[in-house]
Design a protein around this ligand. Sequence first.
Ligand code: DGL
Length: 270
Amino acid sequence: MIKHSAAQPIGIFDSGIGGLTVARAIVNHLPSENIIYFGDTAHMPYGDKSTSAIQAYSIKIAHMLLQQHCKLIVIACYSATSAAYELVKEYVASKAIVMNVIDPMVHYIHANHAQQRIGLIGTRQTVNSNVYKKKIDKLNRNIELTSLATNLLASAIEEFGNNNVIDSLLNEYLSHPTLKNLDVLILACTHYPVVKKNISRYFKDKITIIDPSDIVAHAVKQRLIEDNLLNPDGIGTKHFYVSDYTEAFAAGTKTFFADEINLEHYPLWD
Ligand code: DGL
């Protein structure tokens, strides 16, 4: 591994602004870190793209984050993690640490939810890749995992936040037989933490709903501590870039990141 310094930024990328839920958790856990967020709004949604397209986008974004001297890159998108994590890791090699949003969750499940029936909702790419299922089956903890692609949910959350339009969409998806008799439901899409309460209400608060954002942020912190790369006290700089800037994206950031942020255009594809 190339020697890094603690002051170098953490790069976080997603298909769009949904990954701000993960960025928010990372900022909360690590307020002194310098952060560069990149949302590929020009290609959003990734959930319906081919694996090869998501791989090509992810490599180019990782390249850009390396040019910005990131010490650690977080793939803050479940679809991109499913399609491109191994490839990005290979591409980045020793130039930075690469983390994703699925592995910390799998470790958490291993420690806390053995022998349970676990449901997962995410995009078509995340569900069809079967990445979660393969990793969870490998744990050999007698966990039964069932998954459902809830394709329209991410764009509906961007449009409506968490209002009652979302509740009728949730009724439609969550009543699917695949999600019957669960102990736990994993929210495997960056957008879904915004409607965690609605989902909990649908299940009458009877099952555990897991938003992986904090679990991922905790894992990032642990990794920085292990590698002696935690930035010392102070307020870190934060940059939030998107590949296609619109007023709607700028307004939408409030849904996913509690504080006001300044969205900047980064013309990666021009
Ligand atoms: N960020 C994506 C994910 O977590 C959801 C939105 C999209 O399809 O691009 O899978």
